[in-house]
Design a protein around this ligand. Structure first.
Ligand SMILES: Nc1nc2c(ncn2[C@@H]2O[C@H](COP(=O)(O)OP(=O)(O)OP(=O)(O)O)[C@@H](O)[C@H]2O)c(=O)[nH]1
Ligand SMILES: [Zn+2]
Length: 216
């Protein structure tokens, strides 16, 4: 059984509560992760910082960081409509080799929630792209925030990272909040016939840097 500890790490950010949980073995017994959960932000969602040590049991002075927004359909049920599940697996594998963190943000569906994401999928099945569908539903194209990641990192004394992403907004958000992004590490573009249009929209509208996709 997983028990939870309630060690209060520090009070660098006073409006935020930080709790460190006991170590939890992930999919492979050799990968052990320490879960920090954070609440007390302006919104009610509880965000996670998952610390994954390298085989030597260390976190390097400049750790890898993946900022991953929740995707129930992709992360848990391995949906082929997006690339989230595979990117999460890749991030766990990379951090377990080199040592680092996954910031797992509870902002499902790019911040609009699961119910609305499913509505957006319906609109996409009828011809809109992922961003047009959000706008049609009355939301921003991308309703996520990333500033809290900087606060979470500072709370455990991390000020420099190598960021695993293709999304330039994440780099800017961290840098604007005083976290130095020493290097960007690309995430793999896990293309399937079902996510081709989704990936293309990310590249064309949000400048995700994974090179030009072939036209269908
Ligand atoms: N609203 C909406 N959200 C989606 C859709 N498909 C995936 N998502 C959500 O998008 C988020 C992942 O964002 P992405 O745009 O795929 O990638 P990213 O995190 O910005 O960029 P990378 O760091 O390069 O992976 C998760 O919260 C998913 O639940 C969609 O069609 N509509
Ligand atoms: Zn997804």
């Amino acid at each position: 059984m997983i028990t939870t500890d309630t060690v209060c790490l520090n009070s660098v950010v006073t409006r935020m509560k930080v709790r460190q949980h006991v170590e939890i073995p992930l999919t492979d017994q050799s990968i052990k992760a320490t879960f920090y959960t954070f609440d007390g932000f302006d919104h009610t969602n509880e965000h996670l910082l998952i610390e994954i040590r390298n085989p030597q049991g260390e976190i390097p002075s400049i750790p890898k960081l993946r900022i991953h927004s929740e995707c129930l359909t992709g992360d848990v049920f391995h949906s082929r409509r997006c690339d989230c599940g595979k990117q999460l697996k890749e991030a766990i594998e990379l951090t377990s080799k080199e040592g680092g963190y996954i910031a797992y943000l509870r902002q499902e569906g790019r911040g609009i929630g699961l119910y609305n994401k499913l509505d957006a999928y319906h609109l996409q099945d009828n011809g809109m792209d992922t961003f047009e569908a959000n706008l049609h539903l009355g939301f921003a194209e991308d309703a996520r925030e990333f500033d809290m990641v900087a606060e979470m990192l500072k709370a455990i004394n991390i000020n420099e990272v190598e960021l695993i992403t293709n999304n330039p907004k994440k780099i800017k958000a961290l840098q604007n909040q005083g976290i130095k992004v020493v290097k960007r590490v690309a995430t793999t573009r896990f293309e399937t016939p079902d996510n081709f249009h989704y990936l293309r929209a990310k590249e064309e509208k949000e400048n995700h840097c994974f090179g030009k996709l072939p036209r269908k």
